[in-house]
Each structure stands twice: as structure tokens, then as C-alpha cells.
Design a protein around this ligand. Structure first.
Ligand code: COA
Ligand code: MG
Length: 406
């Protein structure tokens, strides 16, 4: 038995002390088994500790070196404050194929006119969600499925526009309805993502993932090609929220599934309120915990976090406020039910001009200070800029670059 004393706070003062336990015989020869085991143990501990340390040092992506900053366009949002600590989707770096989803516009699958309208809005929306679930009356489910399938075919013929084409299926608990939805839409190459509503268990994601895999994977000899269809999972109940981590694990390959299709978690406020018998207020304080938990789990598993619908859809002032709050909480996008909501959503879910300017100065000052003066922090506009703020600034500038196609 040996004792280990590692000071984990100071990188410069790691000390490991290995003392033979009193039971170890004093006359053991050098090179004996216990000595080798001691060395091995110490080297493993050091290596794992060094790994943890190096993973904490913020790395500057090469495309964000100072000489590139001049190219960052200054996007607009009216009067944002600095959002220190606001997160980005970390996974964007490791998943360059990830679709940008600031806005998801819901379109009733039974309403031809609205579907046509939505397809004309391609440049104003990031994702169009053709709805087969609660936006469709019960007696129009089949009609809606046919119309949505027809729309997927039409999109296939016309070629993909800039917006992502998604379908919201009926909840898995409906059984036959959900299965028929999946059977109808999955074979269509123009389908890009499935919104799975009312997810409550990891098994829901596993089921849909297996179906996607079976339907979209083509194996010829040793070669396997999978048409990318993503899952956007909606959390709408207390049970769904409680099981959220297992759900995220199942969708991102941290469970037994060999394939991962999940890209985003969606918070569905109205069903959530109904399930918990919450009293809906304009401040939405009754959903603070749920929204915050969803963002936390999404970020922990590299998923996008999509905020609730603003149901008072004609009230654009309150929409602006709700968007701002959602972004401050770490959401990466928001659902919409009316085209008039899109512009405000898009303007909010990008870094503001003020954020970008501040982040640029933070980066320049911090790099100059740490590199030339050897200090770990500097001050910009009266705010201390240390390693976490530097990390925030990198993310803001990356988001600014991504949203402007850089
Ligand atoms: N998608 C595409 N187009 C839409 C739209 C939507 N979600 N909502 C409205 N429009 C269109 C209308 O068809 C209309 O176009 P037109 O002038 O070419 O006919 C235009 O935008 C203005 O619509 P407006 O008259 O203001 O709204 P409305 O009374 O027709 O519809 C709602 C209001 C709320 C019923 C409608 O926006 C809607 O159905 N939203 C989706 C609801 C939904 O999906 N709920 C479930 C998910 S939470
Ligand atoms: Mg719902």
C-alpha cells in the first residue's frame, strides 16, 4: 500500500510522494516487483494528471489568430450587454457538418398554403419543421402524412434550399401513428432531420436511431454509406427531464448504440407546463429549472439547445425579451410558429456587435499580456480578463465567424 499526495491546484507544484507501507520488507532488492509497481503507479498518475492539466489550457483555433480579426463582420443586435460565460456549442468544432439552427419554424403538415409559404422562406429560416403531431387535427393525420411525403418528393425534385428540412413525427407512445410516420418519411432523401416529440426514455432515442440506421444505411461489400438524418429530441415532461442525461447519452454514442444521430435537444414548454400543472407566466420563471437543465445536459453532450416557442406570437416585444433571456441562458436557437418571429430570433442568436468588439479586445489584450508580460490576467473596460473570459471571447468570435460564413 502506498500513499499519493498530489497538489491539484498549482500546475507548477505537482508533488507525488510514494512511501513504502510498513508491511513492505526493508530488505527487498532494487528492481523488485514492488518497486517496479511503485514506479508504474507513479508514472500512470502523473500521466493522467498531466493530461487533465493540458486539456484545461485554452487552445486558440488557427483561424482565429489576430490577423484574421479584421475580417469579422459586425453583426447587429440592438442593445445586448456582455454575456460573460455564455456558452457555445462545443461540438461545432468537432462536427463541422452540424447544421446551424437558430430558428426552427413549425408548419402544420395538413396546411398546403403554409407549407408552400414556408418553402419560399428558405433564406429567412434555418430549419423548416413539417409537423405531423399536435399542429395537425386527429382526423387529418393521414392527409397530413401524404402531404408531407409529397412535399419531401417535391423538395427532392427542386433540389435542396438553404433551410434544413425536418419532420416532426407523432409521439412514440401513439404506436402505429408514429411508426407509419417514420415508414413514410425515412425513405425520402430530402429528409434531413426528425423532430421526435415527448421523449421520455433513452429507449425512445435508441428505437428511432435503429430505424434510421436500417433505413438509411447502404452496405455494399465492406463499404457502408449512411445518408445523414439527424434527430432533434423534444423534452416535454417531468419524466423526460429527469431522464435527460440518459437520453442525451443514447443519442450521442455514449450508450451501447454504435451509431449517433442526435444533434439537438428541444425544450417544449406547453406540454411541459401541462404535465407539471405549472401556471404559465410571461416571465417564464416557472420553467427556469427545466430550461437550465436542458441547456446544461445539451452542452455536456455536445448538443444544440433549442428554446421554447413564444406562443403570444403577435407580441414581438416580448419575443425579443424571451429570445434574449434564452440566449443568455445558453440556448443556441429557438422554435417559431409564425414567419414574423424569424427575424428577431435570427438577430438574437448570433453574437451582438458589442459582444464581438468586446471579445476582440479581450483576446488582443489577453494575448499581449500573457505573452509579453507573463501575467495571467488583464483588464478590459474595467472587467478582469483571465483564462475563462479568454475562452469565452474565442467562442464568441468563432460564432461570429460561423454566422457570417467565415
Ligand atoms: N408557416 C408558414 N407560413 C405561415 C405560418 C407558418 N407556421 N404561419 C402563418 N403563415 C403564413 C400564412 O399562411 C400567411 O400567409 P399568406 O398571407 O400567404 O396566406 C401569413 O403567414 C400570415 O399569417 P397570419 O394570417 O398572420 O397567421 P394565420 O392566422 O394564418 O396563422 C397560426 C396563425 C398561429 C395558426 C399559424 O401561424 C400556425 O399555424 N402556426 C404553426 C402552429 C404550430 O405548428 N403549432 C404546433 C407546434 S408548436
Ligand atoms: Mg408538444
Amino acid at each position: 500500500m502506498y500513499t499519493f499526495d498530489g497538489n491539484r491546484k498549482e500546475a507548477s507544484t505537482i508533488s507525488i510522494c510514494i512511501k513504502p507501507h510498513t508491511n513492505v520488507k526493508r530488505n527487498e532488492k532494487k528492481g523488485s516487483f514492488s518497486e517496479m509497481a511503485t514506479k508504474l503507479f507513479a508514472s500512470l498518475l502523473l500521466r493522467s494528471y498531466a493530461g487533465r492539466l493540458s486539456s484545461r489550457v485554452p487552445q486558440i483555433p488557427s483561424h482565429l489568430r489576430i490577423h484574421h480579426y479584421g475580417r469579422l463582420p459586425l453583426s447587429t443586435t440592438a442593445s445586448n450587454d456582455h454575456h460573460l460565460g455564455q456558452g457555445d456549442d462545443n461540438q461545432e468544432d468537432s462536427n463541422p457538418r452540424r447544421q446551424r439552427r437558430r430558428s426552427l419554424l413549425s408548419v402544420p403538415g395538413s396546411d398546403r398554403r403554409k407549407i408552400e409559404k414556408a418553402l419560399k422562406l428558405q433564406n429567412q429560416v434555418d430549419a423548416i419543421v413539417l409537423d405531423l403531431e399536435d399542429g395537425v387535427p386527429v382526423d387529418k393525420k393521414e392527409e397530413a402524412r401524404e402531404l408531407v411525403t409529397e412535399t419531401l418528393e417535391k423538395i427532392q425534385d427542386l433540389g435542396a434550399g438553404s433551410a434544413e428540412v425536418c419532420v416532426r413525427i407523432n409521439a412514440l407512445e401513439t404506436g402505429r401513428l408514429a411508426l407509419e410516420d417514420l415508414q413514410s418519411i425515412l425513405p425520402h432523401p430530402s429528409l434531413q432531420a426528425i423532430v421526435v416529440p415527448k421523449i421520455e426514455h433513452a429507449a425512445d432515442i435508441e428505437f428511432v436511431s435503429r430505424l434510421i440506421h436500417m433505413t438509411t444505411t447502404n452496405t455494399t461489400g465492406s463499404r457502408q454509406e449512411t445518408r445523414p438524418v439527424r434527430i432533434l429530441g423534444a423534452i416535454e415532461s417531468a419524466r423526460g427531464l429527469l431522464n435527460l442525461e440518459e437520453i442525451a447519452k443514447a443519442g450521442t454514442g455514449r450508450s451501447s448504440l454504435p451509431f449517433q444521430y442526435m444533434d439537438a435537444l428541444i425544450f417544449a414548454s406547453e406540454d411541459y407546463c401541462a404535465d407539471l400543472e405549472l401556471i404559465r407566466t410571461t416571465s417564464a420563471k416557472e420553467m427556469l429549472y427545466a430550461r437550465s437543465r436542458l441547456v446544461t445536459v445539451a452542452k455536456a453532450y455536445g448538443l444544440q439547445a433549442i428554446d421554447m416557442v413564444h406562443i403570444d406570437y403577435r407580441n414581438l416585444v416580448d419575443l425579443q425579451q424571451e429570445c434574449q433571456e434564452g440566449r443568455e441562458m445558453g440556448f443556441t436557437g429557438k422554435q417559431a410558429i409564425h414567419p414574423s418571429q424569424l427575424e428577431i430570433i435570427h438577430q438574437t442568436f448570433i453574437p451582438s456587435k458589442r459582444d464581438i468588439e468586446f471579445a476582440t479586445r479581450c483576446l488582443q489584450e489577453y494575448e499581449a499580456t500573457t505573452l509579453t508580460e507573463g501575467r495571467g490576467a488583464c483588464v478590459v473596460d474595467g472587467i478582469i480578463v483571465d483564462a475563462p473570459v479568454y475562452k469565452w471571447a474565442i467562442k464568441i468570435l468563432k460564432q461570429g465567424g460561423d454566422h457570417n460564413g467565415l
